[in-house]
Design a protein around this ligand. Sequence first.
Ligand code: MTE
Length: 332
Amino acid sequence: MLIRTGRDGFQHPQSSEITPRAVYEDRRNLLKWMATGAAGAALATWAQREALAQQVQRPGKLAQLAVVRSTVPGAVTMEKVTEYKDASTYNNFYEFGTDKSDPAKNAHTLKTNPWTVEVDGLVKKPAKYALEDLMKMGAQEERIYRLRCVEGWSMVVPWVGFSLSKLVEKVEPLGNAKYVEFLTLADKATMPFVGSRVLDWPYAEGLRMDEAMHPLTLLTFGMYGEVLPNQNGAPVRLVVPWKYGFKSAKSIVKIRFTEQMPKTAWNKAAANEYGFYSNVNPEVDHPRWSQATERRIGEDGLFAKKRKTLMFNGYEAQVGQMYAGLDLKKNF
Ligand code: MTE
């Protein structure tokens, strides 16, 4: 992602994400890079993350999280699952800071109980659901998804939840509802970076109605068979596996059905860099870097090979049809 600093909104990329890509690919650059001490810095970062992982407390199981294996086509990849310690200490959750380790360090202040999700807009049955009631709306399924971040890294995470479509059907959208907007908690008292200029708060995301109804779109309550840790978006988040990770809004408090395409936090911050669709697409570069390859977290040794990024993050067979006829370069 990018970070906005200063009054004029000057933007710069996370150097920790971008520098290694250029240097890994070229041995001469690598040697130069090592000489600058950056390799030492990368090792130090790794050591810090290991130390942080030792401190992370796992939230544990909930009776309501009795998990069944998902039968939704494409919902369970056979790829090696990322270690819990990596998935819970290398996060983007800008309400708690912009460094990857900030959410794990800071998100303990988030209060997830009681929690209510309000569903309104163009629906026949608007409602406010207590988390406990929301969780009972469907059987809790394990879905092992690839998550590809726009920054060029990826993970494989066993999420727990059920298709968002279950909730959508319950509230009965009206005929003119074309989009679904997701708004997340923005509580200055418990989220130290809300109020900072990094983004326009609350964090907002959106999906087209058919995307929201797609069985792979997961309303997520847990991971690794346990309740979501705060840094991963407790108590309820979205996971949309064929889109860049930033579509997967964390700590959702409001879901609204609209006729107009909703504004999203990253699109507001930099419209030329982050489009509404944000489908993973190795052929459409980010304006400042390629999207053709990715680094799998946990395989990030100095000489680890990059992986090729797959169209729609490998979910093309399941979701490609939704975008037939759409110019994906324009609608990025
Ligand atoms: N949701 C909120 N509320 N705030 C955020 O900053 N970051 C997004 C997304 N959801 C974000 C968010 C980004 S950029 C990514 S890549 C994923 O969360 C990261 O999810 P993870 O930390 O569980 O891997």
